[in-house]
Design a protein around this ligand. Structure first.
Ligand code: DC
Length: 213
């Protein structure tokens, strides 16, 4: 049976951890769509394209050779799994994600991925609302701003600065992502809300698997 599980939510809410664990538990493939926006940003920066140049970045997204398998992200034949997480990419990615030409291209690729993989667990910001409005199950994960900042700090090995600064940076990116014109971050009306602040991954996975019936 084709199952599409859409997992949306803001940065640091625990999307990737939950999405990967649910995919493993269901023995399905997992697609991190945030990594796709990061891959386009990485390629634009690499090629010296101004991320504010809407037409040039959209064209770059269309010509990008992007392969995502088993948690690796390969851009134009080179493993960019780590490079797409750099501070430079993180700072520029919201501008790229607000580009309608990029979004159209990546949404097309996300739907093609689901066709090729016979469904899967897809995480992002607009998966339940725009990309797969008919998903089998939609989950919207959140966490308190403090918990989200702590997680980002732990991920980066505290290289990002103090917690207040990280929290402010997360809030700024949330604002960008939720107020842009095209496909802003928002919870679909029929998405199940899960606050991950005080819960274990196993517990959340159990809840999602139970909802799938
Ligand atoms: O989840 P992340 O931090 O890797 O996402 C990177 C950026 O891409 C973030 O600014 C939100 C954006 N994004 C989006 O607009 N739509 C998606 N489906 C996934 C991510």
């Amino acid at each position: 049976m084709v199952i599409v599980v859409a997992i949306d939510g803001p940065a640091g809410a625990g999307k990737s951890t939950v999405a990967r664990a649910v995919a493993a538990r269901l023995d399905r493939d997992h697609l991190d769509t945030g990594a796709m926006y990061r891959a386009v940003t990485f390629a634009a920066l690499r090629d010296g394209i101004d991320v504010a140049d809407v037409a040039a970045v959209a064209a770059a997204s269309r010509s990008l050779d992007l392969a995502m398998d088993d948690g690796t992200v390969v851009v134009d034949g080179i493993d960019a799994t780590e490079a797409i997480r750099s501070d430079e990419v993180t700072r520029s990615v919201s501008a790229v994600a607000a580009n309608s030409g990029v979004r159209a291209e990546l949404v097309r690729r996300q739907r093609a991925w689901v066709d090729e993989h016979g469904g899967g667990v897809i995480e992002g910001r607009d998966i339940g609302s725009i990309v797969f409005p008919e998903a089998t199950l939609k989950v919207y994960v959140t966490a308190s701003p403090q918990v989200r900042a702590q997680r980002r700090s732990a991920e980066s090995g505290s290289l990002l600065g103090d917690l207040d600064e990280i929290e402010a940076a997360i809030a700024a990116r949330d604002l960008w992502d939720s107020t842009r014109d095209d496909s802003p971050l928002r919870r679909a009306d029929d998405a199940h809300l899960i606050d991950t602040s005080e819960r274990t991954v196993d517990d959340i996975v159990e809840e999602i698997v139970r909802m799938l019936g």
